[in-house]
Design a binder for this molecule. Structure first.
Ligand code: FES
Length: 99
């Protein structure tokens, strides 16, 4: 019998469905806990596809409806921004400015 290939849920952080199911069976049934434990949704795409998939797995494995689950706290995308585009008091941040 051919070996079953792992089902990748979070491509950014290489998290499989088996990783999620194992964590749930160890008692990590809260999506926020799973996110922090397995780093699901913490990759460059910020969980656009893996968070909804993870929620479906949690719902399936715990017998809860997906609407009962709290969606993990979103984080703003991490994109390098030059400091000169930051604004201080409505004014653009000037180089050499102390705050
Ligand atoms: S696929 Fe999970 S953070 Fe990108």
């Amino acid at each position: 019998m051919a070996k079953k290939h792992p089902v990748i849920i979070c491509r950014c952080n290489d998290v499989t469905e088996e990783d999620i199911v194992n964590a749930i069976r160890q008692g990590f049934t809260d999506p926020e806990e799973l996110k922090r434990l397995l780093r699901i949704g913490m990759g460059p795409c910020q969980g656009r596809t893996c968070i909804p998939l993870m929620l479906r797995i949690v719902a399936r494995e715990t017998g809860r409806h997906i609407s009962e689950l709290k969606v993990p706290t979103p984080r703003p995308p991490v994109i390098p921004v030059p400091i000169k585009v930051a604004k201080v008091g409505g004014q653009p941040f000037a180089e050499g400015q102390s705050h």
